[in-house]
Design a protein around this ligand. Sequence first.
Ligand code: MN
Length: 135
Amino acid sequence: MAKILLVEDNEMNRDMLSRSLKKRGFEVVMAFDGKQGVEMAGEHAPDLILLDMSLPVMDGWEAAQHLKSNDATKQIPVIALTAHAMAGDKEKAMEAGCDDYDTKPIDLKRLLGKINAWLENSTMRSPRPKLPSEK
Ligand code: MN
């Protein structure tokens, strides 16, 4: 099952999202700030990253730039999450290298749609052999 790195400093959002994702069978690893997020992306090689933009230590925009300038992590789809649909936030996130964008409060159905679309997309780009347990 796909592994998702959730980079989120807000405990309530983190708990809600990680629980919802785990319930749907995703493996979830978590980071609490941008710097830790970048480090964990390198260590855990997640299939997708959910990146809050407003983060302590290193914000999401800077973290995205680090992720996308590193050969080991640049191919991982990054979905940016921001608290407000501020004018220009989407553009800023895309410029920083994020692949997609969603706004808080999280609409789980909408976000899952984006997650699944990106995961299917990466599977098509880099096919791996199917496991015996898969049909
Ligand atoms: Mn935040």
